[in-house]
Write a protein that binds this ligand. Structure first.
Ligand code: AMP
Length: 222
């Protein structure tokens, strides 16, 4: 039996938990976790031309130009690991990117099957993002108050030194939220119009939110 690829988009403001939940969904449904933020941070860390170009936008909390992100995405989408489908995390970020994604998937005889919208109010996001710490070595994410590592500043999973993302400082967070409301939130009606949008409250524990996402996936595929 040939199973069709499954492509899922996680939408939501910065700090809604898209990265954490996208990783879990990708593992549960055997999808490629495709995070444009992680890919860009990797380009910056490796000092590539793309990374150097992207860095100034990222530092300010602005969107990296569509063309740069699109090229990066295209390569990943055509890789063998993406053949069974993807959990898109942080892409698309505006209507132009959503249209590009539709086109790229159509070339592969695929489409955005489900859009999971993690809804978290702005007040909760600031506290989440300022307390977020991550491990550059293995990608694990912690929070100083709600999900602290066993030893302060040290990754439970690999022993790496935890860092605060440079764009998780308060003034940059405010800009990222502004960009989200202006550029990204119109995507809610874009996907709602085609019946693909499923809204899930993102305010519970990681396990609770994951369970709600699984329910939304089940009801969409029924
Ligand atoms: P994220 O990890 O998804 O919060 O992304 C961190 C930063 O990377 C964003 O604030 C943007 O500067 C950049 N970025 C990530 N994904 C995109 C995208 N799809 N389009 C443009 N910029 C992006």
């Amino acid at each position: 039996m040939v199973t069709r690829a499954l492509d899922v988009v996680l939408l939501g403001p910065p700090g809604a938990g898209k990265g954490t939940q996208a990783k879990r969904l990708a593992a549960a449904y055997e999808l490629l976790h495709l995070s444009t933020g992680d890919m860009l941070r990797d380009e910056v860390a490796r000092g590539t031309e793309l990374g150097r170009e992207a860095e100034s936008y990222m530092k300010r909390g602005e969107l990296v130009p569509d063309e740069l992100v699109g090229k990066m995405l295209l390569a990943r989408l055509h890789s063998q690991q993406a053949a069974a489908g993807c959990a898109f995390d942080g892409y698309p970020r505006n209507t132009e990117q959503a249209k590009l994604l539709d086109g790229l998937l159509a070339e592969l005889n695929r489409r955005v099957d489900i859009v999971l919208y993690l809804n978290v109010p702005d007040e909760a996001l600031l506290a989440r993002l300022t307390g977020r710490r991550s491990c550059p070595a293995c990608g694990a994410v912690y929070h100083v108050a709600s999900h602290p590592p066993r030893t302060e500043g040290v990754c439970d999973a690999c022993g790496g030194a935890l860092v605060q993302r440079p764009d998780d400082r308060e003034e940059v967070i405010r800009e990222r939220l502004r960009v989200y409301h202006e550029a990204t939130s119109p995507l809610l009606s874009y996907y709602q119009a085609r019946g693909a949008l499923r809204e899930v409250p993102g305010t519970g524990s990681q396990d609770e939110v994951f369970e709600l996402l699984r329910q939304a996936m089940r009801s969409s595929r029924a």
